[in-house]
Design a protein around this ligand. Sequence first.
Ligand SMILES: O=C(O)[C@@H](CO)OP(=O)(O)O
Ligand SMILES: [Mg+2]
Length: 430
Amino acid sequence: MKDVRIEQITGREIIDSRGNPTVEADVLLTDGTVGRGSAPSGASTGRFEALELRDGDSRRYGGKGVSQAVAHIQKDIQNVLKGVSPFDIYHIDQVMIRTDGTTDKSGLGANAMLAVSIACAAAAAQSLQIPLYRFLGGINGNRLPVPMMNILNGGAHAANTVDVQEFMIMPAGAPSFREGLRWCTEVFHALSGILKAKGLATSVGDEGGFAPDLASDEEALQYILDAVEKAGYTPGTDFVLAIDAAASEWKGAKPGEYVLPKNGQAFTSQELTAHWRHLVDAYPIYSIEDGLDEEDWDGWQILTKELGQRVQLVGDDLFVTNTERLAKGISLDCSNAILIKLNQIGTVSETMEAVKLAQQSGYRAIVSHRSGETEDTTIADLAVALNTCQIKSGAPNRSERVAKYNRLLRIEEELGDGAMYPGFQAFGKI
Ligand SMILES: O=C(O)[C@@H](CO)OP(=O)(O)O
Ligand SMILES: [Mg+2]
């Protein structure tokens, strides 16, 4: 490996797509290369995520978390990483983890560590003059992911009456990523027309999906199916549907009890499982994320027994990209897929370990954005590098989401006839 070292690390405060402060890092190498990384932020954050230093959290630094994260980058992290080779990201992350010294990354802040970890990977790739997906995945990374495009928002992401957080379309029948993305945008526009014709709002939620007031999740699914057909596609063949219930936001009085915050309806785990089964019977749903609460392991076991052979059951808040929680889920037969978010765990290498563990255990891994995003496109490269075959990156009408889709278009073009878009093949029989 060439003898290039980290020369300087600069942290700064930028804003995310919700207009909140977040952290960015620039890593300058001795050969003059500069890599950049930034940290996104969630709204429906899981209780077990790594701790980020964010403004407004008065427990930390009087609510001025981001400026502290920036200070940690400039002092503590720069001190330990100056002079280190940028090419071994696992080593870089371990140095930061040791310096942080906590189990939840509250010492340096998961957002400070992630911005630097991403910036180091970006700088290393640039210094080697290879794309980031090649640096992270070698020649093995060649699959373009099927987008899970969120086109209708509810829950904590929208001020409407819908309790399910995300309704997504997946163009699994498309011949390529480019075509699949185009199909998605056509359905998105068709949905806009349908909502307008019904006199419903076409204002949008945090991830760009429409956020109309609707009476039920079934009404949302029906409009989306209508939009798929109006755009000239066949549900089940060209497109399948996915939902993220984000049910950890529905905690009732005790574990296993749920209350929908907006419409007030109450469920037990069993009743919620029966509700999901009903939706899977009635609609071409391929994937359900966080169908139950992050602490309802018993409920997840039953849900997986009942539906795990028929649909993808994704643990987001349940696993928080954490290999220990994922290992627990695997041993208990909870879910069959994991959502992968870099900032839930706080470093690139730990994120890669979570994907590896999932794939070795027959679980699917889906790389995901956060509801508060930046223009950083690392997740696009990560999805290709690790052949996750699925990516969640929101609607096609907000630049912070579109940046990831456009990055994937460029990667597909760059890979030429080496690019693969596995579509339904990626999912196997489910
Ligand atoms: O729950 C989710 O999957 C994400 C992204 O869609 O939302 P947030 O970033 O608010 O946790
Ligand atoms: Mg989620």
